[in-house]
Design a protein around this ligand. Structure first.
Ligand code: FAD
Length: 366
């Protein structure tokens, strides 16, 4: 039996694994893919980190000095592989955890290879393996193609076609303008709205600004952030769609003005929420109908809780219910990493949470 089993060999799982290794805690990482960082081997070609390299690194290893400020996905994947190899992390590849059960004071984790047992269990399964696909009426009758943005790789096959991109997150913000540049006729459907921020301010990644703002005392933070947002709006103008509801720093904004600029230039058409599919396209709220050949659902992701689904409940944002950021409120010796998404960046939150999980597991072992 191990002291800990970590499910997921992405940034979250690798960071916990390294922190446990540093503390001499015996553990194993189960990764369903054929390499560490599997999710980052399965993203669209043009994807770059939208967070700066100084606040996207995992504990114990900065991103290379030679790397650009915004690291392209293949570079980040190479970094994750080097992280696992150089720290000698015990990653069991092509091993999908299927179910975890609590048996007395231990966790039994069943998988597609062999069962693992441990006192503590860490869920680091991320979100990319759990795309959020909303129920939209009329889909069966739609004669075109429908994919989720997680399946999108490059614009080639969409050139000269009529493409509808549904959503207002970073994927929609990058994929829609890219398709337009490749000659597709692109429409984006935005239902509730989005906060748009520039990628950099005076050359500094906006994430660093958010990180600093999150350090401000509460009473000062909100007015400072609001003032900053007003300055951005006075410089870049108000985006042609509503702002997202909720606190600016508490969610991941659309980083960069590619989509806003494409809409303003008429290269991408903007529509409201999607009401339903029609056999030849879509009907939007308000009744407007248009024809499309392809629909890309850039509708986000949910926390992948597969092995512990049913043992835990989800909070209002779809992540497992936790206390102290990482500890399950429902099961003993169960921890979650990669469940914090705000403007400081998922990776930066992982670099903060992973050592905390290792500390808690090591303390219980003593
Ligand atoms: C398109 C996209 C871009 C993003 N860009 C950024 C960014 O620029 N900056 C930033 O800070 N954050 C970004 N994020 C958010 C987040 O930081 C990343 O998703 C990051 O990869 C999270 O790391 P993770 O380890 O939690 O999840 P993942 O990287 O998804 O890793 C989870 C791992 O678990 C494995 N796994 C899942 N289920 C099982 C199972 N049952 N058994 C075994 N293995 C399993 C998967 O194969 C995967 O390798 C982005 C997210 C997305 C979707």
């Amino acid at each position: 039996m191990h002291d800990a089993v970590i499910i997921g060999g992405g940034p979250g799982g690798l960071a916990v694994s390294r922190a446990l290794s540093v503390r001499g805690v015996d553990h194993v990482v189960l990764e369903r893919g054929d390499r560490p960082g599997h999710s980052w081997a399965n993203v669209y070609d043009s994807l770059h980190l939208h967070t700066g390299k100084h606040l996207s690194a995992l504990p114990g290893r900065p991103l290379p000095r030679s790397a650009p400020l915004f690291v392209p996905a293949p570079g980040f994947l190479a970094y994750l592989r080097a992280y696992a190899t150089d720290f000698g992390l015990p990653v069991r590849l092509r091993c999908e955890a299927t179910r975890a059960v609590r048996d007395g004071d231990r966790w039994i984790v069943e998988s597609t290879t062999k069962t693992a047992e441990a006192r503590a269990l860490v869920i680091a399964t991320g979100i990319m393996s759990s795309p959020a696909v909303p129920e939209i009426g009329g889909r069966e009758a739609f004669r075109g193609t429908v994919i989720h943005s997680v399946e999108y790789r490059r614009p080639g096959r969409f050139a000269w076609r009529r493409v509808l991109v549904v959503g207002a997150g970073n994927s929609a913000g990058e994929i829609a303008p890219e398709l337009a540049d490749a000659g597709a006729s692109v429409t984006v459907s935005i239902r509730s709205g989005a906060n748009v921020v520039p990628r950099t301010v005076l050359g500094v990644p906006i994430q660093y600004v958010a990180w600093a703002a999150l350090k401000l005392p509460g009473p000062v933070r909100a007015p400072v952030v609001a003032a900053f947002a007003r300055i951005i709006r006075s410089i870049r103008g108000a985006p042609p769609f509503p702002r997202a509801r909720g606190p600016l720093l508490g969610q991941v904004p659309m980083i960069g003005y590619k989509l806003v600029d494409a809409i303003r230039a008429g290269r991408v058409q903007l529509r409201g929420g999607l009401d339903r599919f029609t056999p030849t396209g879509a009907r939007f709220q308000g009744g407007l109908e248009e024809e499309f050949d392809d629909v890309i659902l850039a509708t986000g992701f949910r926390a992948a809780l597969g092995p512990v689904e049913g043992l835990v409940t989800r909070d209002e944002r779809g992540f497992a219910c936790r206390r102290a950021r990482v500890v399950s409120t429902e099961q003993p010796d169960l921890y979650f990493v990669g469940h914090h998404y705000d403007s400081a960046g998922g990776l930066h939150n992982i670099s903060r949470d992973a050592p905390a999980v290792a500390r808690l597991i090591a303390a219980k072992r003593a």
